[in-house]
Design a binder for this molecule. Structure first.
Ligand code: SF4
Length: 191
């Protein structure tokens, strides 16, 4: 007798025929028998390794993808940082990824303009580089006027890192901006 047919039997018969302790199929409704865990791997097309985008802890993630859409996230047990754990924020990552209000292009509002426009990434990076180089040239301080002490710096730009930057990224950013002569170099996680 198949399991589906046994479930249609009255509970007492189910217990007598297949479940003497009454804690298995005898106590299971058709609805609960049909329920599947929402993270069932067999419903996803693939599982992709990722890193939580929210904070500097950088917990490892397993993203479950179905029809090219992220449908679920679990902590990555192989991550030495988080060892399978995610906080509630990290667990909400699919909501961030799939949000219809998520901005996926570079947005730019020119000086005095009232409307935002989309830029492609290469154009935006070139614009930022042009501004950094120009500001550095205009604001460079080689020596202090009062006593001619060496300065070799600019106060024309600063760097403020976001809390999702990891150690390695912060190291490289500090190195880059110090080499460029910036003095004010900070990170949001420290403020
Ligand atoms: S899961 Fe939580 S603690 Fe871990 S990186 Fe994401 S936001 Fe930070």
């Amino acid at each position: 007798m198949g399991k589906t047919r046994r479930r249609r039997l009255p509970p007492l018969l189910r217990q007598l025929t297949d479940d003497p302790t009454g804690r298995g199929v005898a106590a299971q409704s058709g609805r609960s028998a049909a329920i599947r865990p929402r993270n069932a791997k067999d419903t996803a097309d693939k599982v992709v390794d990722s890193v939580c985008p929210y904070c500097a802890v950088g917990c490892g993630q397993k993203l479950y993808v179905k029809d090219e859409k992220v449908v679920h996230v679990e902590g990555d047990p192989d991550s030495p940082v988080s060892r399978g754990r995610l906080c509630p924020r990290g667990s909400s990552t699919p909501s961030l990824i799939n949000s219809p209000t998520r901005v996926t292009t570079v947005r730019y509002r020119p000086p005095n303009a009232t409307e935002w426009q989309d830029l492609d990434l290469d154009t935006a990076v070139d614009m930022i580089a042009d501004r950094v180089i120009d500001t550095r040239r205009r604001t460079w301080q080689d020596r202090r006027h009062s006593d001619n002490a060496m300065l070799r710096r600019t106060l024309g730009f600063a760097h403020l890192g976001g809390a999702t930057l990891d150690n390695e990224e912060n190291y490289l950013l500090k190195k880059l901006f110090s080499a460029a002569g910036a003095v004010a170099i900070e990170n949001q996680a420290r403020i």
